[in-house]
Design a protein around this ligand. Structure first.
Ligand SMILES: [Zn+2]
Length: 299
């Protein structure tokens, strides 16, 4: 297996990177992976990830909820309920941040296409990219979306989009720097970039440490905080214009983290911890389990 070894910090280019914690892939392989952290800027990443060309098998289990559409069990029921609520929230956020009623949007890592469809229904011109072939087929069959594979990113003309969205996608991308550069080119001058990622400085991340489900090794390579996300944007020509907490994520992440800890009543404990995490995010949004970041081009 070929692995990605990182010896300088991808954010600040410093060389003071150190072992931070060891996490287990509870979801698929049971293998252990090391998280490293930069001493200079505190950027955190998974060391020794399988390369993109070989990581496919780490996504293969029937539980992979982001791409599944089955309604099994209480956690999935809640997931589907929250998804409906969040789709609405996300669409409203795009309208508010772009100050447009309709426009041209690119959704990268669209999965089964629910968000892209929500924008299409609101009259937006939608392009969507997804590397998983069966997810693309689902989006085509259910929403008549012509979802393209990841190669399409290089084929759109510069300045094509009013908004580009990546909902819980950035943390998976091996070629993160190149992707941001491309996103910068694809946006119009007044274009808006919307990124949602887990927050490894959240209440639930602190509480669960190596059992925190959103470390999700080796599928998640990069582990952002509000500070490192802002710095990452600045490095690629963007200013951070707004941050929005996603406190609901704490419930799902806490239930899953309890399960990974071996708790047999993970549902109830997860709800309890999720509630505390939710309260913590109400007091201080930087503590939210996941965050939505809105970037604009620096002028
Ligand atoms: Zn660094």
């Amino acid at each position: 297996m070929n692995r990605l070894t990182i010896d300088t910090c991808p954010l600040c280019d410093g060389s003071h990177i150190k072992h931070f914690i060891t996490c287990t892939d509870f979801y698929a392989s049971g293998e252990q992976f090391e998280l490293f952290r930069c001493d200079d800027c505190s950027f955190t990443f998974t060391q020794g990830c399988p390369l993109e060309s070989e990581i496919g098998k780490y996504y293969e289990t029937p539980d992979y909820i982001s791409h599944s559409d089955t309604k099994k069990g209480a956690m999935n029921f809640i997931y589907h309920y929250v998804r409906r609520h969040m789709l609405n929230k996300k669409a409203q956020l795009v309208l508010k941040e772009t100050r447009l009623r309709s426009g041209k949007i690119l959704d990268i890592g669209t999965g089964t296409g629910y968000f892209a469809n929500a924008m299409q229904l609101r009259g937006w011109e939608v392009e969507a990219i997804e590397k998983n072939a069966s997810a693309r087929t689902f989006a085509k069959e259910h929403f008549l979306l012509d979802v393209k594979d990841e190669r399409a990113l290089n084929n759109f003309p510069s300045g094509s989009f009013d908004v580009i969205t990546l909902w819980h996608v950035m943390e998976h991308l091996e070629h993160l720097g190149e992707t941001w550069q491309r996103i910068f080119e694809l946006l119009t001058d007044r274009g808006v970039l919307v990124v949602a990622v887990p927050n490894c400085a959240s209440y639930d991340a602190d509480k669960y440490a190596e059992h925190w489900a959103a470390y999700d090794v080796p599928r998640h390579l990069w582990h952002f905080t509000p500070a490192t996300m802002q710095q990452w944007g600045a490095k690629h020509g963007f200013i951070l214009a707004a941050r929005h907490p996603m406190p609901f994520d704490a419930f799902y992440v806490s239930m899953l983290s309890e399960k990974y800890r071996g708790n047999s009543s993970s549902f109830f404990k997860g709800v309890a911890v999720g509630s505390l995490a939710w309260l913590s995010a109400q007091a201080k949004k930087e503590r939210s389990s996941s965050m939505i970041y809105v970037f604009r081009k620096k002028r």
